[in-house]
Design a protein around this ligand. Structure first.
Ligand code: GDP
Length: 349
């Protein structure tokens, strides 16, 4: 048994800062080279726990808890559409969501939609209250929000409190108790609001640490996997490159190997085929070379990988994907059942 990285998606209303926030998280992590920086996956970015610890160092005297998860795996495409391809039977393979809200605008239609999705799939979420640098009088700077908060004028603090209060009452209307993270006693009952600026990087230490902390505290059972069990994943995207279709897959359990028999759902029904090629993203330092993919013989969950099979052209994005070692008919039955509980649209990249 090992504990895998939780899979994190970023959701929220258009222009509230999803893309900028994910970018800032990446840049902040990359800057921690000595601690390991980030690990690039296909369709996802991994921030190792050592890096999160390093970024959160200034607030570890305030937010004390031990982290045992190996890191966080962020899905690279923020938004509801990618989330809909992460479904599995009875839920989502996303373990946790960060719902980004422009703190100056509050909850908008797609914010509601994002929260509804989380509710429906029972994905716990945390609120990143973004764009605090735009609060009148707020002097935003990179790093800890808690440390920076103490330096603000009374007026700026009041402006922030008003906005947080507004979010809390809007969330209450949607059926959720929430509060700014440092006032929360029971994270099971209360949704955490973390003020951040994706522009300056303020609050990123708190956001990363709390995301890791919550995932570990409430999802440990779900994150415990047998590394050597037959792989399970979902097809995030089907991509065409030089006339060949590739499947970009998020593996959330077990192992997948080159040569494995796998099953997934296709345009004409379930497909059983063989893994001809398996690829991982190149490490960042090698990114300038021609191809960003390197062939590998196996991959362990959680990971974003690219798969080549003779049947890729028929695959459906959003389909579950299973490695079959035995019990072929049982797995086919499972896939059929699983698919019938999911509505599909075919998308091609
Ligand atoms: P998305 O549609 O949710 O992915 O939003 P984007 O990340 O594209 O951001 C929308 C706009 O808001 C862009 O012009 C960003 O530069 C800007 N933006 C995002 N985050 C912040 C922030 O924290 N502060 C400020 N001032 N602008 C931001």
């Amino acid at each position: 048994m090992k504990i895998r990285q939780p899979i994190i998606t970023i959701l929220g209303h258009v222009d509230h800062g999803k893309t900028t926030l994910l970018d800032k998280i990446r840049k902040t992590a990359v800057a921690q080279k000595e601690a390991g920086g980030i690990t690039q996956h296909i369709g996802a970015t991994e921030v190792p726990i050592e890096v999160i610890e390093k970024i959160a160092e200034p607030i570890r005297d305030i937010l004390k808890f031990e982290l045992k998860i190996p890191g966080l795996l962020f899905i690279d495409t923020p938004g509801h559409e990618a989330f809909s391809n992460l479904r599995k039977r009875g839920g989502s393979i996303a373990d946790l969501a960060i719902v980004v809200i422009d703190i100056n605008e509050g909850i908008m239609p797609q914010t509601k939609e994002a929260i509804e999705i989380c509710k429906q799939f029972r994905v716990p979420f945390i609120i990143a209250a973004n764009k605090i640098d735009k609060i009148p009088g707020w002097e935003s700077r990179e790093g800890s929000f808690i440390k920076n908060y103490q330096r603000q004028s009374d007026r700026a603090k009041q402006e922030l409190e008003n906005r947080v209060y507004n979010l809390v009452s809007q969330l209450y209307e949607l059926g959720f108790e929430s509060d700014i993270f440092f006032r929360i006693e029971d994270f099971r009952k209360t949704v955490a609001i973390v003020p951040v600026s994706a522009k300056t990087g303020e609050g990123i230490p708190e956001l990363l640490l709390l995301t890791a902390g919550l995932a570990q505290r409430f999802l440990t059972k779900k994150l415990e996997i047998d590394e050597n069990s037959p792989g399970k994943g979902v097809i995030l995207e089907k991509k065409k490159d030089k006339g060949i279709y590739y499947l970009d897959v998020i593996l959330y359990d077990g192992v997948i190997r080159k040569g494995d028999t796998i099953a997934f759902y296709g345009i004409e029904g379930p497909i059983i085929t063989k893994v001809r090629g398996l690829f991982k993203a190149k490490p960042l330092t090698e990114i300038r070379e021609k191809s960003n993919f390197i062939p590998v013989n196996e991959a362990h969950a959680a990971a974003g990988i690219r798969i080549l099979t003779p049947e890729n052209d028929k695959a459906l994005a959003g389909s579950p994907l299973y490695v079959i070692r035995n019990n072929q008919s049982k797995i086919l039955e499972q896939i059929k059942e699983e698919i019938s509980s999911i509505v599909f649209e075919e998308k091609e990249g």
